[in-house]
Design a protein around this ligand. Sequence first.
Ligand code: BEZ
Length: 255
Amino acid sequence: MTTADHTRQLATFGQNDDFWLFGYGSLIWKPPPHFDERVPGYIEGYVRRFWQGSEDHRGTPEAPGRVVTLIDRAHWDTLTDAHEPTERVWGAAYHIPRAKVAEVREYLGCMLMRRHGQTDIREINGYSIQFTPFIPSSSPSTPMQTLVYIGLPSNPQFLGPQDPDALAAHILKSRGPSGENRDYLFQLEEALGGLGSGAGDAHVSDLVERCKTLEAKAGKGVTVAEADGEEAGKKNEGEGLKKVGSTEEQEEVEK
Ligand code: BEZ
């Protein structure tokens, strides 16, 4: 798609009461406001990975957590990754009624920028708006165009390939204003399971398993820091690992 086509699509998308937003991360279990329809299904041509640093929701600027982003499959093919890709990225598409589109775009813009006044520009805090066909699981022969926010490899929070053990350990020790990073990971896995059979993501499930192993070790008199050292071969040496407690201060929105 040319820049001119993208700009045109940005301006006109949803004008015919066909504004569909695709969620592949927290939007799966934390829907946007004002949606009147939620459809489980998938997109193709992308790979979901916990390769985006989170400074404002599941981490802090000093200690960023990890959230998912989508990597274009053609770009992913040029990288070395410990996990195999899934052919489909499952998630949920939300229909936003025309009268509420501006408000929801504002909400999503603020959610990504955490400040008011600048919305729906081509890039928001490293997140880029893309358009991609979405295949509803209930009606695979009728794809629909969806809008999706993606943290591109060019954005400063994009981390690239991560060692799975070190990544799991990092998720366990991270927390931010929206809560524990661990809960984001576990909720994502649970939400994917709720989308239907075959909707799982091996990258997500593998990280959950690694976190459970670390937590089990920690439960047997080994601290998460020690278990992390064993599992990750001290890949995070010097980062001062510790198990974090529950979060009292929750935020309403996050990526
Ligand atoms: C999501 O799909 O949950 C999402 C992704 C990026 C930014 C905001 C939400």
